[in-house]
Design a protein around this ligand. Structure first.
Ligand code: ADP
Ligand code: TZD
Length: 595
């Protein structure tokens, strides 16, 4: 925006004393400033990566952060930077940082912040903001907006720092709010004037806070644990449901031990897949529609009874109509006490962090806990084996053009051979089929559209997953879903990230076969350009593009991408009539709803 923005050599110790003027050797001066205090406060708390997009008033901040040794990953749109921060938070239990400019950049990041809050992912959106005096009098400043007020209802907490000496407290509060209790998105408003404010260096140093125990354990009450065990012990047809709160908690060993010692069958929610390998004998995923209505006691571990679980009632649960209770008793582990009874009665609430709760339950089951009745386990095994055999038959077919199944048979093999790779997944059919067909083997490897079923997480999640894990990433994308963040393929190439994007290209939203009933020149609203070559997009930035029309071509391209670790985009051509409206959630469309 017309300002001269100086360059800083990497690794140089620098200090900004006024906008656009960088002076070397800050540490030898006896003053420090807002730029450095924010960076020092983040680093002091073990935060070493920023996902963002530069511009007034934060360009210098990104430079100084990079010069100070932080990893600064620049995106092409703030929403993708925000999604990257959110999923980094989910993967690491440290708040992911998204940095944006004021008003429009802030708003672009806000969708990701709201999504993080909805999904219980810890992130901090830091946005530069305009001058308070001008904003508050609505005098029309450059990118003027009352950002704090707008962010507040969409965030778990929102703070503004006006004085340099308060930066330490501001960052500490933001970190605690993001990761303690139920994690969520936090907004931190940093007005432009804060950055160049100088204070005595020693005073500044002393003002910073290294947050002690940012996410304190929450130990469940012994009576809650006893109540839960009594309920579970009396069950004839028990079931455990693992949600992404369980995956987030990183209590992998305790959860596995509890499941194996009790012998209770379990269902992983989408992002809890891999907490135990999907091939585990107690995994009941392939018998989902049998176990939900048939179970008598259901134990929820970091999973909400929201729409993804049909609110715990209705036909899915064996109720006689879509609102009726199915008769199950519920035991729920959650860090948020308010989650209990949100949809149906919770008979045994266990409030605390998953690790502490599962450990307490484990301690209570002793060594001779009765296994669930053989009749229940046998009935599940029968359904499961039938469904797995049916699926294997479908996967073995090789239709021309490819359909979701024949393409996913390949992805399934590749993921099996690369269990450390992260799998990012969005779309409708591309999402639902991938979730049910592709087994996961390790925790926190499946990253997807989450609680909202939001499109647009694809490339942001992919960048963060590669940066955070250092492992290859496979992104399975509907062609519509990909479009929301597609420009970030340049980011994949710029940082040379080992991401293999596979676009399931069926020429449109859900499918590509709709027609305009008027016969007019416009195509139907769900239809895209036919035969588009998404692979050409990544070639523009030096990545590898592949056009794949058969499973063999897809396999070869994916194997090569994982071997070479080069940013790759595979345009996988899928039968345009293969999908269904909205995938598995057709019934949520208003015209499909019961009157
Ligand atoms: P899913 O979509 O996989 O079913 P949800 O996002 O609906 O999962 O539920 C996650 C739940 O996990 C939330 O209610 C949240 O409060 C809870 N949660 C998050 N972290 C923890 C934790 N460390 N311990 C206990 N519960 C947690
Ligand atoms: N906008 C946002 C932000 N999120 C959404 N979920 C939607 C719109 C609506 N929507 C879905 O729920 S799935 C989807 C949209 C637009 C795309 C489906 O098409 P696709 O996948 O090409 O990505 P399939 O495999 O063809 O179904």
């Amino acid at each position: 925006m017309g300002t001269v923005e100086p360059q800083v050599a990497s690794g140089q110790d620098v200090k900004v004393v006024s906008s656009g003027q960088i002076v070397a050797n800050a540490q030898s001066q006896d003053v420090t400033d807002g730029f450095h205090l924010v960076i020092d406060a983040l680093k002091l708390n073990g935060i070493d990566t920023i996902f963002g997009l530069p511009g007034i008033p934060i360009t210098d901040f990104t430079r100084i952060a990079q010069a100070a040794g932080m990893r600064v990953i620049s995106f092409r749109h703030e929403q993708n930077a925000g999604n990257a921060a959110a999923i980094a938070g989910f993967m690491t239990q440290k708040p992911g940082i998204c940095l944006t400019v004021s008003a429009p950049g802030f708003l672009n990041g806000l969708t990701a912040l709201a999504n993080a809050t909805t999904n219980c992912f810890p992130m901090i959106l830091i946005s530069g903001s305009s001058e308070r005096e001008i904003v508050d009098l609505q005098q029309g400043d450059y990118e003027e907006m009352d950002q704090l007020a707008i962010a507040r209802p969409l965030a778990k907490a929102a703070f503004r720092v006006l004085n340099a000496e308060d930066i330490g407290v501001g960052i500490a509060r933001a970190i605690r709010a993001a990761v303690s209790g139920r994690p969520g998105g936090v907004y931190l408003d940093l007005p432009a004037k804060l950055f160049p404010q100088t204070i005595d260096a020693d005073l500044g140093k002393k003002s910073l806070i290294k947050v002690v125990d940012p996410a304190p354990k929450q130990i469940p009450a012994p009576e809650a644990v006893k109540r839960a065990l009594d309920l579970l012990k009396g069950a004839k047809r028990p079931l455990i449901i693992l949600g992404k709160g369980a995956a987030y908690s990183q209590a992998d060993a305790e959860i596995r031990s509890f499941i194996e010692k009790t012998g209770v069958p379990y269902l992983p929610m989408s992002m809890a897949k891999g907490l135990l390998p999907d091939t585990h004998p107690q995994c009941a995923s392939a018998a989902r529609s049998f176990v939900l209505p048939e179970a008598d006691v259901v134990m929820l571990v970091g999973a909400r009874l929201n729409w993804l679980l049909s609110h715990g009632k209705g036909k899915t649960w064996g109720g006689k109509d879509h609102k009726a209770w199915g008769g199950q008793k519920f035991l729920q582990i959650d860090i948020s006490p308010q989650e209990m009874d949100s949809n149906v009665r919770i008979d045994a609430p266990v409030v605390g962090d998953v690790g502490s709760c599962v450990s307490a339950l484990l301690a209570g089951i002793g060594s001779n806990w009765p296994k669930p009745p053989a009749e229940w386990l046998g009935a599940i095994a029968e359904r499961k084996n039938n469904n797995i055999a049916k699926l294997a038959e479908t996967l073995a077919k090789n239709p021309t053009p490819m359909n979701f199944h024949s393409a996913l048979a390949v992805v399934r093999d590749i993921v099996k051979a690369n269990p450390d790779a992260c799998l990012v997944n969005e779309g409708a059919n591309a999402l639902d089929f991938t979730r049910s067909i592709v087994d996961m083997y390790k925790p926190r490897k499946r990253l997807d559209v989450g609680t909202w079923g939001v499109m647009g997480i694809g490339m942001g999640f992919s960048v963060a997953a590669a940066v955070v894990s250092g492992q290859p990433v496979i992104a399975i994308e509907g062609d519509s879903a990909f479009g929301f963040s597609g420009m970030e393929v340049e980011t994949l190439c710029r940082y040379n990230l080992p991401v293999c994007v596979v676009i399931f290209n069926n020429n449109g939203v859900y499918r590509g076969t709709d027609v305009n009933p008027t016969g007019g020149p416009d195509v139907a609203p769900t239809v895209f350009v036919k035969g588009a070559r998404y692979d050409k997009l990544i070639e523009a930035f030096g990545g590898v593009g592949v056009h794949a029309t058969t499973p063999a071509e897809l396999r070869k391209a994916m194997e090569e991408a994982l071997r070479s670790r080069k940013p790759t985009l595979i345009n996988a051509v899928i039968d345009e009539s293969a999908g269904t409206e909205s995938g598995r959630i057709t019934s949520l469309n208003p015209s499909a709803k019961k009157k």
